[in-house]
Ligand binder design. Sequence first.
Ligand code: CP3
Length: 352
Amino acid sequence: MTTSQAPAAAPVPDSPLVRAARGLDVPHTPVWFMRQAGRSLPEYRAVREGVGMLESCRRPDLVTEITLQPVRRHGVDAAIFFSDIVVPLAAVGVDLDIVPGVGPVVAQPVRTRADVERIRALDAADVPDITESVRMLVAELGPTPLIGFAGAPFTLASYLVEGGPSKNHEHTKALMHGDPALWHDLCARLAQISGAFLRVQAEAGASVVQLFDSWAGVLSRADYIRFVQQHSATALAAVADLDVPRIHFGVGTGELLTLMGEAGADVVGVDYRVSLTDALDRTGGRWPLQGNLDPALLFAPWEALERRVREIVEEGRAAPGHIFNLGHGVLPATDPDVLTRVVELVHEASAR
Ligand code: CP3
């Protein structure tokens, strides 16, 4: 709330996050954390008590509360919408659940033409609660931008084809190479769903979107180009006319950074295996970067962590824009006070 004493906060389009994503100058490096809402917070565990994960994603009161928790606690520069990459799949009728400690589990893996043909398009009318949650959040957040997100077609396909989390993605790769026509049909459907889910959030007021291709790092460049990139491009293109910056992130994607940028991203997310300096070199400075503190370093002594955070802030100065983040999600056992200290440190170390 703005009082007569306090200066009016800058509007969302002028927020550090949106400005950094556009490669504009910022008062400080903006910072948020993937999985900032979730099990590292006692207040999250309290409100989730006895409510299933998928159900909690469809209740605007819970979504709003959980999304706001890390903003209140850490003073991060953005909220990320509390949901899951499989929520839009459930909304089009895929029978799945999110099993605690495991992840998404699909009742009947998608492997045949008949399986693929059962996956229908997503329409905004399938997820009225998502529109409602985003609207409520944007009103509560004021000047703090909301990041909407979706899973990219490859990562969604991996869960559907494997039937759950997978280390080797063998059924997915077998389908991709064994029946390319069926693979492309599946991914085209998923690209529509993913793009429509992003669009619902952006139209309801999200200021930035992130496409998570979490498992794309298991692919070679050649396979990414042949089987995946065009579908991620379709998902990202679904919001191209909305003037909402698009972040594109995956784990272990050091070899794919330029290809992921070229899929239509405004910001390329970098995991912790590649330094921002190397990422900048590999991408030729064409995109602002997001990243890339190793989430395990949040368990290190403060002096070691502080040194690494300062290094990342310095490396980020050379990029056309830098959004500080982890190289992957917050681990559940992370001490939330350490996250708060990292936010303060990033702001202090980067103050212009
Ligand atoms: O704070 C946030 O980042 C917003 C919420 C968010 C969740 N899932 C909530 C969640 C986001 C952005 C996601 C995306 C997501 N979901 C991804 C992409 C990001 C990534 O980590 O690479 C993926 C691969 C999934 C699939 C998924 N859902 C996994 C692997 C898990 C974890 C399983 C477990 O219990 O360890 C989930 C469940 C999930 N999604 C939880 C949360 C907070 C944990 C469920 C719980 O608290 O009971």
